[in-house]
Design a protein around this ligand. Sequence first.
Ligand code: SF4
Ligand code: SF4
Length: 227
Amino acid sequence: MIVAQQKPLEEIRRLIAPYEKILILGCGTCVTVCGAGGEREVSFLHGALRVAQVKGGDGVHAFLEYTVKRQCDREFLDPLGDRVSEVDAILSLGCGVGVQVVAERFPDVPALPGVNTSFMGATEQGGVWDERCAACGDCRLAETAGICPITRCTKGILNGPCAGTKNGKCEANKDIDCAWVLIYKRLESLGQLDKIRRYYPPRNFRTIPRPRRLAGITSIDLGGSNG
Ligand code: SF4
Ligand code: SF4
């Protein structure tokens, strides 16, 4: 899932300063799970902004709050129409994708980001997420035993380990396991060590075309013919 963190209150206050009526818009999916921008966080932020307004002499703001199921899907934004017509700005607690879809759907109202989108990660323990995927567009997990070298190796190298690995730890950070030692061990246990002996040519990430668009798969060609 996408992992994000709410921006510091001071930064949010600066962002909303020019506007009078603000809709604080939560998202009910990833940012709810990581505790950055769901219904609960919308309510907490609303309260914190009101207190800051009273204490800090901020300009007078009026706030509305609402949380949609997903900000990154336009259809979930439809019920917002009337609310948006009442406000001067939308403070989105969705990820960067959500903010952009909100901005496109409501072009006449500024959409402001209330969270910093950090990475795509897996839950390690309550409140802790580890980055697992950088959406590189050419997944290599089949060759690396399901362990991503791009996000989990500090150098993101495709032919590891580098010369710095020691006792299974990364030379750049001795608190983390060397991703390539993990890859080696898992390939070994799967009987696939031949994969680590292959050379994988460097990738040119600049060649990934931007912007990227992906059509969902609607049918699968299994090849051949029946009968
Ligand atoms: S190789 Fe890593 S960064 Fe690329 S798509 Fe696969 S998991 Fe994501
Ligand atoms: S020690 Fe391992 S994880 Fe660290 S940079 Fe080298 S190969 Fe990557």
